[in-house]
Write a protein that binds this ligand. Structure first.
Ligand code: NAD
Ligand code: WQD
Length: 337
């Protein structure tokens, strides 16, 4: 299949591009490098011996996006491109709606113009909002609580309307839980700019000595150790979910929603402990107040993805930490190392 991967130079995108190339697909990456480096794709080439074509382009540049579709015959699109920092989205909502929603509309218009109607979209468990009901199932009402999450919810609505209006569309909405880890080679991984917002990259930077200690946001949640529980998923398992969705769509018209998670929750303290074991040294931490907007517990019911796609996770929390650590220790400054 000839697959256009938007945001393919980024964290999840680069791991998925690697899996696509290994599975024999032809891959074209569209990315504006706003939050990534083309070095990730150079390393994917080094690991696979196969090359994805790279087009440096912003989805907000609608005429150029349309030219790309006019000059290539894509079979399908995997759409990762977007801004993803929750806190930043609260401060700069217009930039988030513009980039994520308008960027997606531009992509959809070109897909429609050129008859490419198979799409896998990066949604997020964040669309479920502050519900205390777990596990999260796809049919639950959506109630995102911040601008970033609302861009995902709005895009899901747009895609649902599109599928209802024209049944020739084949759309997978993949709701990721908490992606972590790295390719087992330690050559590609997550390369956050500035202070990491997410737990795993922060823990990894403490373990490698770039930061002093982890601040554990809240130890008074109604959980077994008082810290927040999340469903961490290895990025290579997540990448495999995209290939499974891409295999499913050619024989299924319509719009499908799947949670991609493990179905198991781990607490912040369990993650810190597992990472310390992977790194061979304890990770210093300190308790701090709850982070505004956080919920106590979030984990997936991943049974729909298993039933429909035959997909489930294969990698444990220990493996996530070991692979994340290998990437961090070999590339202490990410792709700038
Ligand atoms: P990332 O920032 O590493 O990758 C996103 C890529 O999109 C980057 O390479 C960036 O340069 C590119 N991009 C952004 N805006 C663009 C535009 N207008 N035109 C072209 N390229 C653009 O993030 P990631 O963690 O790999 O996430 C990929 C997708 O998955 C995002 O849509 C994100 O919202 C979603 N998601 C991520 C997580 C997570 O925790 N990492 C969880 C759920 C969903
Ligand atoms: C995990 C747990 C924190 C950092 C976010 C987005 C979500 C999705 C995934 C894109 C929580 C605790 C964290 C730290 C801590 N992204 N924590 N100290 O909040 O579940 O989800 O990333 O779609 O939209 O909201 O992930 O990694 O930030 O936090 O104690 O320094 O770790 O309180 O319990 P979260 P996270």
């Amino acid at each position: 299949m000839k697959v256009l991967v938007t945001g393919g130079a980024g964290y999840i995108g680069s791991h998925t591009v690697l899996c696509l190339l290994e599975a024999g697909h032809e891959v074209i990456v569209l990315d504006n490098l706003a939050n990534s480096s083309a070095e990730s794709l150079r390393r994917v080439h080094e690991l696979t011996g196969k090359k994805a074509q790279f087009v440096e382009l912003d989805l907000l540049d609608a005429p150029s996006v349309d030219e790309l579709f006019a000059s290539s015959e894509f079979d399908s699109v995997i759409h990762f491109a977007g801004l993803k920092a929750v806190g930043e989205s609260v401060v700069e909502p217009l930039r988030y709606y513009q980039n994520n929603v308008v960027g997606t509309l531009n992509l959809l218009a070109s897909m429609n113009n050129h008859g490419v109607r198979t799409l896998v979209f990066s949604s997020s468990a964040t669309v479920y909002g502050a519900t205390e009901e777990v596990p999260m199932v796809e049919k639950m009402p959506l109630d995102a609580t911040n601008p970033y999450g609302r861009t995902k919810e709005q895009i899901e609505d747009i895609l649902s309307d599109l599928g209802a209006a024209d049944p020739s569309w084949r759309i997978a909405l993949l709701r990721y839980f908490n992606p972590v880890g790295a390719h087992e080679s330690g050559r590609i991984g997550e390369d956050p700019t500035g202070v990491p917002n997410n737990l795993l990259p922060f823990v990894a930077q403490v373990a490698v000595g770039r930061r002093e200690k982890v601040m554990v946001f809240g130890n008074d949640y109604p959980t077994h150790d008082g810290t927040g529980i999340r469903d961490y998923i290895h990025v290579m398992d997540l990448a495999a979910g995209h290939l499974a969705a891409l295999d499913y769509l050619p024989s299924h018209q319509g719009v499908y929603r799947w949670n991609l998670g493990s179905g198991k929750g781990s607490s912040v303290l369990e993650v810190i402990q597992a990472f310390g074991e992977a790194a061979g040294k304890p990770v210093p931490f300190e308790f701090a107040p709850r982070r505004p907007g956080d919920t106590a517990v979030s984990y997936a019911d991943p049974s729909a993805a298993l039933a429909d796609l035959g997909w489930s996770v294969h990698r444990s929390l220990s493996q996530m930490c070991e692979d994340h650590w290998r990437w961090q220790v070999n590339n202490p400054s990410g792709y700038g190392s």
